[in-house]
Unconditional design. Structure first.
Lengths: 449, 413
């Protein structure tokens, strides 16, 4: 099935660089048509014409980056209608969210899609980062000019942006959950010596969480941070192409033995672009063997569709059954007990409370250690890790490479510690931050009447 | 024939894609269904049927469908209760089952629904259109429907629907009496009779021994101590129990037990919980008093106490518990003995002089004089002097009385 539409008029010369076919083929009859499908399509132009089978493997990348991108797409799509419905004002924000929840057609479902996608995105982006670490995928392999370490740095930046996007979105409903989660978060920021109070004031637009805070968080949430994330996302994808695809490709190139490849008569499409003429019989790496790759259209695009549409389907079904909570309207005079940060910051809140020491009537606040120093160090370590990692290039793109065993174990241990602390904060902390097992009943929360 | 690379993927991936296609269709059906299937569709269908049956098909055609609301910008309310309670303003459904019942005419005449909405009186969550959410019986909604069910859960004395009067009193708080708000009126009468203002500031006026109660209704439920309260853990339950026996809930309190009946305690609890900050636009409260002034007699009596010969006892706070009848001071609570005879009385009860007792008090006075009323030695001397004066006045009055009615006093002995 080739692209439909009027056949190109042979009398007219083709515009340079413009493909005459209006649509792309989903079932190309030849490699040339498959290549055309990529070149002629705006949405697909960032894909290579041919994709390495090893890179398409479900078990290698688990497609976590694509899932993250699909979630980002869902967040943008569900965020658009919310932009029209939500009113960023202290007086009206809460009521506008109630309206979205109760009377806007599909409003409750849309808000749930947005919320669940946001929560999942934090988790999936972190898992993607863990996958890249554990496969050593930030390492350069065989190609000249590869700069995978910088793509890793961008990735760390995108994780931080994802967290900050989620955190800024937290405030917008202007309910108790929002107000106090942001109180906890910004109070931790204010524990930075000297600059802390100023940073908090900058974030809040004053010394209390009020309208200036709401409008700051709103603009950050809907314009500044998504814009920045979009730019980084595009650069992230571009770098993958410039670095020669996934690190898995380098591993194939390094590990495979050279073998005879039969001469190819026509124009060929390789990872590096289009080469015309007849290729001589050469001793090529496995990478260039004809059975190592498939046409990106339709094999890569089909898998991408599976992942993106699958993510959308799962999110859509989850959002029917999991409704988004909205607590009481924000009340600066009443602190919910316990006041918890968003779940992805709970490990920090847990560390803050665990490092807060009471000696007699003196209190040494753990906010600076647990809320600033420790996460700061971890982010710094993550960022510079590709330069610290001295393992050989052969470790790139391999799960649990033996030459990287120690660093992988340390990473897993740290990740598990973070997960464990998060779970403790999430499930085992009750009123006054006291410890309760998940099956233990909390003291009854009183009502007004 | 141009070259075409073989691929192992279509056979495996196409079925997966097909499954996902099916999942997408299912999810679309699910979310559309979940948005369309709402309780109110049944209630509207049933109401239209009842109207057709009673008033004919023409009238039934006039019953609106879909989400309905009463939007009251002045009170910042969008009450969607009328989505299900469609009969509110229809005549002829007075005996129908809820939610198809006509609203009683009386309250609506003075409080038209277009101007006041529904939730400003009834409570509940006006934004919601599903039963539990709308009636506020869900987490994170602090103003449940103040209806009969809730009243029954508190076993209210007499009128089970009385809780709604708390909302009446948000606008009517300065009325001495509000028509139709019996429980609240009971509470207001008790506030005057028991002299709550001796210890508490209410509406900006009163003593400072107890906490200011002007906006006590805004106090968060978490701020009460439920350690000694059995049963429901709510602010309302706390206040009822506290009014019945303050010391049972707060061991160290000096608030006296007024031995109130359940009905009185419930009325007072409703009254104090209705004392909330409420920004009601002026147009809503025209005709209702905007402040809580004393009547001329009340002001006169208070002036006399404050400026008369017993002024010192009023200023110092003794009068909260003790009358000093010889000096014209009447205690609102009257928990302690009349201080007019303290000079004699202390001697008789404790075998000590008044000076001695004030320097080293025992019992309740030990608590009061160490916490509520702290006197320095000079003030103690002043107290003794004033007590002697009161006793002298008392004896003078007795003499005079004896002189006026010699027979009567002789008859006693």
């Amino acid at each position: 099935m080739t692209g439909r539409g009027a056949p190109p008029d042979p009398a007219k010369p083709a515009a340079p660089g413009v493909h005459p076919k209006p649509l792309w083929s989903v079932r190309p009859a030849s490699d040339r048509e498959a290549g055309d499908a990529i070149v002629s399509n705006f949405l697909l132009h960032w894909f290579p014409a041919k994709a390495l089978k090893a890179s398409l493997d479900w078990n290698y990348s688990m497609w976590l980056g694509t899932v993250s991108a699909a979630l980002l797409l869902l967040l943008v799509l569900s965020g658009m209608p919310l932009l029209f419905l939500y009113i960023p004002s202290v007086e009206r924000a809460y009521a506008s969210v109630k309206d979205i929840e109760y009377v806007v057609t599909f409003g409750s479902w849309m808000r749930s899609v947005h919320r669940i996608a946001a929560h999942l995105m934090v988790a999936v982006v972190f898992l993607h980062l863990a996958r890249v670490f554990l496969t050593g995928a930030y390492k350069n392999g065989t190609g000249r000019g590869q700069r995978r370490e910088w793509n890793w740095v961008i990735g760390v930046g995108m994780l931080l942006l994802t967290l900050f996007l989620s955190f800024t979105g937290y405030l917008l409903p202007w309910d108790q959950l929002a107000y106090w989660a942001v109180t906890v978060g910004t109070n931790i920021a204010s524990s930075i010596p000297f600059a802390g109070p100023k940073i908090r004031e900058l974030l809040l637009g004053g010394r209390a969480i009020d309208q200036p805070t709401l409008i700051r968080f709103y603009v950050l949430h809907v314009i500044a941070l998504p814009g920045l994330l979009g730019v980084l996302f595009v650069y992230h994808m571009w770098r993958i192409r410039k670095d020669g695809g996934l690190a898995r490709a380098d591993r194939e190139a390094l590990s495979g033995e050279r073998r005879e490849v039969p001469p190819v008569k026509t124009k060929t499409y390789t990872l590096l672009g289009i080469a015309s003429g007849t290729s001589p019989a050469i001793r090529a790496t496995t990478l260039e063997a004809p059975d190592a790759t498939v046409n990106s259209v339709p094999d890569l695009t089909r898998r991408a569709a599976i992942v993106v549409l699958g993510t959308i389907a799962v999110l859509s079904i989850l959002s029917v059954f999991i409704r988004s909570p909205l607590e009481e309207p924000a009340n600066p005079l009443v602190t919910p007990n316990p006041a918890k940060a968003p779940w992805y910051f709970l490990w920090l809140q847990e560390i803050v409370t665990d490092t807060t020491v009471h000696i007699g009537s003196f209190t040494i606040n753990g906010a600076f250690l647990g809320g600033v120093i420790l996460p700061g160090l971890l982010v710094l370590l993550l960022t510079v890790w590709p330069w610290i990692d001295r393992s050989p290039a052969a470790a790139a793109g391999a799960w649990f490479a033996t030459s990287r065993r120690t660093q992988n174990l340390v990473f897993i241990a740290l990740a598990l510690a973070v997960v464990l602390l998060t779970l403790v904060g999430l499930l085992c902390r009750g009123p006054y931050w006291n410890f309760y097992w998940p099956w233990e009943q909390w003291p009854e929360i009183p009502a007004r009447i | 024939m141009e070259q075409r690379t073989d691929s192992p993927y279509p056979g495996r991936d196409r079925p997966v894609l097909a499954v996902i296609g099916v999942a997408l269709v299912v999810s679309t059906v699910l979310f559309i269904r979940s948005d369309r299937a709402r309780d109110f569709r049944y209630y509207q269908y049933e109401f239209r049927r009842q109207v057709a049956e009673k008033l004919g098909a023409d009238k039934a055609g006039a019953v609106p469908s879909g989400i309905q609301q009463v939007w009251v910008p002045g009170l910042r309310r969008a009450d969607r209760c009328v989505t299900c309670h469609q009969a509110v303003q229809w005549k002829g459904f007075e005996s129908a089952e809820e939610p198809w019942r006509t609203h009683p005419d009386g309250p609506l005449r003075s409080h038209p629904v277009e101007k006041f909405g529904c939730t400003s009186c009834h409570g509940g969550q006006g934004w919601a259109v599903d039963t539990d959410e709308a009636h506020g019986q869900v987490a994170h909604w602090e103003e449940p429907l103040l209806g009969r069910n809730l009243g029954e859960s508190y076993t209210l004395a007499d009128d089970k629907a009385a809780l709604m009067q708390m909302n009446c009193n948000v606008c009517h708080r300065y009325d001495r009496e509000t028509a139709g708000a019996g429980a609240i009126n009971t509470g207001k009468r008790l506030v005057q009779e028991k002299g709550c203002r001796a210890c508490h500031v209410i509406n900006g006026r009163g003593g400072t021994i107890g906490p200011d109660l002007t906006f006590v209704g805004d106090k968060a439920p978490e701020q009460y101590d439920y350690g000694r309260l059995y049963g429901q853990k709510t602010s309302f339950a706390w206040h009822v129990a506290h009014f019945k026996d303050p010391r049972a809930l707060v061991a160290e309190t000096v608030m006296p037990n007024f031995h109130l009946t359940t009905k009185e305690a419930q009325g007072l609890a409703m009254l104090v919980l209705s004392w909330r900050r409420a920004s009601v636009p002026a147009e809503y409260v025209h005709g209702a008093p905007r402040t809580d002034p004393q009547t001329a007699e009340e002001a006169q009596a208070e002036r006399q106490m404050r400026t008369g010969p017993g002024a010192w006892f009023v200023k110092t706070g003794c009068f909260v518990c003790h009358s000093i009848s010889a000096l014209g001071v009447k205690s609102p609570a009257q928990i302690g003995p009349d201080l007019s005879v303290a000079v004699e009385d202390v001697q008789a009860r404790f075998g000590r002089t008044v000076d001695d007792f004030l320097n080293a008090p025992t019992g309740t006075m030990a608590v009061v004089l160490s916490r509520q009323i702290i006197l320095d030695p000079e003030q103690k001397a002043e107290a003794v002097r004033m007590l002697r004066e009161a006793f002298a006045a008392h004896q003078r009055q007795k003499e005079e009385e004896r002189g006026r009615t010699p027979n009567a006093s002789q008859g006693k002995h």
